[in-house]
Design a binder for this molecule. Structure first.
Ligand code: DQA
Length: 147
């Protein structure tokens, strides 16, 4: 089963959105990075983005049966969404939370993540590389020793 890579609000604007914070890579660049990294480990990814909280909740529910792991950058929903937390808590497959920026060096309201409680681990501050690291971490979790 594929890894689900789920991206939240405003990440469709990557490349032009506050490049000093989020870098110059576009969401499509990130998708290609994830596909390449996953393929190198014998895995595949389903890469999605939505600005709509309920759509992200639906995809997490879908992952319960259709994914072998979840990578989630929930964008600003990270700091607000009990609904995404609950969906992840109901999802038996391992989850890695990713943020492009180091949320702990930014505004205090970004220091708390509602979804970390449901994550096996959190990677932040490494830009697009963080997605690749998350794929490697999940590959190791799913089939230890392979990545
Ligand atoms: C983000 C950090 C969040 O605080 C912010 O709302 C985002 C992106 C990141 O990838 O650094 O939209 O999740």
């Amino acid at each position: 089963k594929p890894l689900y890579v789920l991206n939240g609000p405003n990440l469709n604007l990557l490349g032009t959105r506050e490049p000093e914070v989020y870098g110059h890579e576009t969401l499509d660049d990130l998708r290609q990075r994830c596909e390449r990294k996953a393929a190198s480990l014998g895995l595949s990814v389903v890469f999605r983005q939505s600005n709509v909280e309920g759509e992200l909740v639906n995809w997490i529910q879908e992952a319960r049966t259709d994914a072998s792991g979840v990578i989630v950058n929930a964008g600003a929903f990270t700091h607000t969404s009990i609904a995404m937390l609950d969906a992840l808590l109901a999802c038996p497959v391992p989850t890695v939370e990713v943020h492009l920026s180091n949320i702990f060096t930014r505004e205090p309201f970004r220091h708390r993540s509602y979804i970390s409680k449901a994550a096996k681990g959190v990677i932040c501050g490494f830009g697009g590389l963080g997605y690749e690291l998350a794929i490697e971490a999940l590959a190791n979790t799913i089939a230890p020793g392979k990545a």
